[in-house]
Design a protein around this ligand. Structure first.
Ligand SMILES: NC(=O)c1ccc[n+]([C@@H]2O[C@H](COP(=O)([O-])OP(=O)(O)OC[C@H]3O[C@@H](n4cnc5c(N)ncnc54)[C@H](O)[C@@H]3O)[C@@H](O)[C@H]2O)c1
Length: 216
């Protein structure tokens, strides 16, 4: 596959380049703060930048008229609306977390929430010191399971942690913790590779990584 990458100089962008190279995909377009590199029109555009580059992402997507796989966290409701509008024409996969294990954490959290009425719930997340948004996009995905209920969420910014999330449920007599740890950013790049394979087979539509992992 010939792919384009926004945020190619960043930590996640570099992992994507490694994983996509290993799988014989060709980087034909890249864009970061130092400008663009263009070899040929990509078949798909991947965004591993920050929300600050969102307008450029949409401009390039419209210019190339290709499917999108979008990874940044901290996107606004307006950004998500723009992606949904774009997805009427071309497929868009958007997720705040491209690891498979988090998909299972989300499922287990839904089960625990259904089966444990009245239990206390707290979310905690830990990420590297460079992460700009707080709480993490993944913590927001977990919060959404509780449909408007205010779930206390603790964010730690420590060292080089790629991403830890824990959902804790407690009654007076017991505590249940559902925990996920990403061991490296590579796992997200592998998920993004899966998402691109999914997106190029679709005509159009707005998809989550849940759709990619469990099928839609
Ligand atoms: N969805 C996921 O699974 C997942 C996993 C890890 C990180 N993330 C998110 O992906 C994003 C990138 O993470 P990272 O750790 O690689 O961050 P990073 O800061 O290392 O990389 C971001 C890159 O975007 C570039 N950039 C920023 N503003 C730009 C602009 N206006 N124009 C062009 N380029 C611009 C930066 O120069 C940098 O190279 C963050 O939002 C992070 O939270 C998502």
């Amino acid at each position: 596959m010939k792919y384009g990458l926004i945020g190619s100089a960043g930590k996640l962008g570099k992992e994507v380049i490694n994983v996509f190279n290993e799988n014989k995909n060709e980087l034909v377009f890249s864009f970061d703060v130092d400008g663009e590199q263009f070899k040929s029109k990509p078949d798909i555009l991947i965004d591993c930048s920050l929300p600050e580059a969102f307008e450029e992402l949409i401009n390039y997507a419209v210019k190339f008229n290709v499917p999108l796989v979008v990874a940044p966290t901290g996107l606004t409701e307006k950004n998500l609306h723009q992606l949904k509008e774009y997805s009427k024409n071309k497929p868009v996969v958007q997720s705040f977390n491209y690891s498979i294990g988090i998909q299972i954490l989300l499922e287990l959290t839904k089960i625990a929430n259904d089966k444990l009425p009245g239990w206390d719930v707290e979310i905690s997340e830990a990420h590297h010191r460079f992460k700009k948004d707080k709480p993490s996009g993944t913590a927001k995905m977990i919060q959404n399971i509780f449909k408007g209920k205010d779930i206390n969420t603790t964010s730690l910014r420590l060292g080089n942690i790629p991403g830890d999330h824990t959902v804790s449920f407690a009654s007076l007599g017991e505590v249940l913790s559902i925990q996920h740890r990403a061991l490296s950013r590579r796992t997200f790049a592998e998920g993004i590779l899966l998402a691109t394979g999914f997106a190029v087979k679709k005509e159009n539509g707005f998809f989550s990584f849940t759709d990619v992992v469990f099928g839609k």
